[in-house]
Design a protein around this ligand. Sequence first.
Ligand SMILES: CC(C)(COP(=O)(O)OP(=O)(O)OC[C@H]1O[C@@H](n2cnc3c(N)ncnc32)[C@H](O)[C@@H]1OP(=O)(O)O)[C@@H](O)C(=O)NCCC(=O)NCCS
Length: 169
Amino acid sequence: MNLDWNALVAEMVATGEFHPAGLDALALERDYGEGRTVIRTEGSRIIAHASVEDRTSESQYPLYEIRRVYVAAGNGNGTAQEIIAELIKRFTPKEEELPGKNPTFFLISKNPALWHIASKLGFHVVTKFTMPNVREWAKRAGLGKRLPRSATARNPHHSKRRKRWLLMR
Ligand SMILES: CC(C)(COP(=O)(O)OP(=O)(O)OC[C@H]1O[C@@H](n2cnc3c(N)ncnc32)[C@H](O)[C@@H]1OP(=O)(O)O)[C@@H](O)C(=O)NCCC(=O)NCCS
């Protein structure tokens, strides 16, 4: 069965939660083919999607970003948590292969449901108060301008606007 990656991109864009420039059907399909993505399907339709982007800069400290988390309306009930947990498991080496340290996972989101899910999975909000070198860290991770302002703000909790937060575990 051919999966409809174009339809997935259209659905994700329609949520308004993703930058359309970062969503390309061929790229998503390639990530999936190369094992970086977990999906749920219904026939040819992809009803849930989450992928990992390798942000490792020093090989002894693997760093992965969870990206493009999407669950089609009506298919919730823990699906997002399930597929993120599956990705974390896939990218965490088994105990005996572990060189002494678990990989670090992070995600950036302005979606309260995702904050809730991430905190259930052991992620914590990161700001310069919890990680003084967050700016340098983001640079090494290749985040560029994607580092949320909340991570470096003097009063990160002070704005009424819905903010993007950096969460890490
Ligand atoms: C965010 C999204 C992935 C959540 O997926 P889901 O599996 O359908 O989530 P659910 O509806 O099962 O809710 C998950 C949990 O979040 C909680 N939740 C929902 N809305 C919430 C809110 N506004 N504040 C806090 N928690 C919330 C639910 O109660 C549930 O908690 P529980 O499992 O402890 O009972 C999905 O809604 C989505 O794809 N949204 C559009 C795209 C998007 O915003 N993606 C994130 C981009 S970074």
